[in-house]
Design a protein around this ligand. Structure first.
Ligand code: HEC
Ligand code: HEC
Length: 248
C-alpha cells in the first residue's frame, strides 16, 4: 500500500516537473515545421550562391558529388527535396553525421538560408556522366523499376515536387546503393514507410539491377551541363588530384 502511494506521488511529481518536456517536438515534427516555414519564403538565389561556398568542400562546386557515392549529386535535385533533406538533417530526422555540423542554423542560417541555398542548388546543371552500375542486368532493373518504384519516383526518375520524393535519374549508383540499404534498415531515419515495405523483399541482385537502371535514367537535356562545364561561381576551387582527370 505504502509502496503504491509513493509511486503515485512520484508519478504526480514527474508529471508536474516534466510535463513541458513531454511536449517537446519530435525531430520529425521539428523538421516538418521548418519545411512548412521555408516553403512560405521567397528565395534569394544570390544569397544562396554565397552560402553554397560551405557545401563545395563535399558536394563540389558543381554540386555533382563524387562517383564513389561518398557525396551525392545535389545539383538539379528538386527544390522541395533539398529543403526537406536539409530540414531533416538539422533536426536529426535524417542521420547524416558528416554533414550535420554544416547544416545547423548557427553555421548555415535560419529558414531563409535554407530557401536561398535550395533554390541555388536546384538550378545547378547536373553532371552528364554520373556513376552507374555494371550494366549487366538492366532488363531486370527496368521491370523492377516499373513495378516497384515508378508510382513514386516517376516514369523517368524525375521524382515528385509536391510530395518531395527525390529524383533518382542521374544520381550516382553507389550513393543509391547505400541509401537503399539505409532506408531499408531504418538507419536513414526519414525512410518512407511505404518505400520500406515495397523494397523489403529485394535480393542483392534485384537491388543492384534496379539502382543501376535508375542511375542510367537520363534527366531532361535542359537539366544537364554541357561537356566540360565547371561552375564559374567558384573559380578558385582547387580540385583533389583524383578529380583533375576528366572523370565527369
Ligand atoms: C562535410 C561534408 C558535407 C558538407 C560540407 C555538406 N554536405 Fe550535404 N551531404 C553530405 C553527405 C555525406 C551526404 C549523404 C549522407 C548519406 O549518405 O545519407 C549529404 C547529403 C546531402 C543532401 C541530401 C541529398 C539526397 O539526395 O538525399 C542534401 C540536399 C545536401 N547534402 C545538401 C547540402 C548543402 C546545401 C550543403 C551546404 C550547406 C551541404 N550539403 C554540405 C556531406 C556534406
Ligand atoms: C511509396 C513511395 C515510394 C516507393 C514505392 C519507392 N520510393 Fe524511394 N523514396 C521515397 C521517398 C518519399 C524517399 C525520400 C524519403 C525522405 O527522405 O523523405 C525515397 C528515397 C529514395 C532514395 C534515396 C534518394 C536520395 O536522393 O537520397 C532512393 C535511392 C530510392 N528512394 C529508390 C527507390 C527505388 C529503386 C524504388 C523501387 C524499388 C523506390 N525507391 C520505391 C518514396 C518511394
Amino acid at each position: 500500500m505504502f509502496q503504491r502511494k509513493r509511486f503515485g506521488l512520484v508519478a504526480v511529481g514527474l508529471a508536474v516537473c516534466c510535463g513541458a518536456a513531454a511536449q517537446v517536438d519530435t525531430p520529425e515534427e521539428t523538421a516538418k515545421r521548418e519545411y512548412d516555414q521555408v516553403m512560405q519564403l521567397q528565395p534569394n538565389i544570390e544569397n544562396g550562391r554565397r552560402l553554397y561556398l560551405t557545401c563545395t568542400v563535399c558536394h563540389r562546386p558543381e554540386g555533382w558529388g563524387t562517383i564513389d557515392g561518398m557525396y551525392p549529386q545535389i545539383a538539379g535535385q528538386l527544390r522541395t527535396v533539398i529543403i526537406k533533406q536539409l530540414a531533416d538533417t538539422r533536426a536529426r530526422n535524417r542521420d547524416n553525421p558528416i554533414m550535420y555540423p554544416f547544416s545547423v542554423p548557427d553555421i548555415l542560417g535560419g529558414p531563409q538560408a535554407v530557401a536561398d541555398i535550395a533554390a541555388y542548388v536546384a538550378k545547378l546543371p547536373m553532371t552528364p556522366h554520373n556513376g552507374v552500375g555494371p550494366g549487366t542486368d538492366l532488363e531486370l532493373g527496368a521491370r523492377l523499376y516499373e513495378d516497384n518504384c515508378k508510382k513514386c519516383h516517376g516514369a523517368n526518375g524525375e521524382g515528385d515536387t509536391k510530395e518531395h520524393i527525390p529524383a533518382v535519374a542521374g544520381q550516382h549508383y553507389l550513393y543509391q546503393m547505400r541509401e537503399f540499404d539505409w532506408i531499408r534498415i531504418g538507419k536513414r531515419r526519414n525512410s518512407d514507410p511505404k518505400m520500406v515495405k515495397q523494397i523489403e523483399s529485394f535480393s542483392p541482385r534485384e537491388q543492384s539491377a534496379v539502382l543501376d537502371y535508375a542511375s542510367r535514367m537520363r534527366p531532361p537535356k535542359e537539366k544537364l551541363a554541357k561537356e566540360g562545364w565547371t561552375n564559374p561561381d567558384f573559380p578558385g576551387y582547387v580540385r583533389p588530384p583524383s578529380e583533375v582527370a576528366p572523370r565527369f
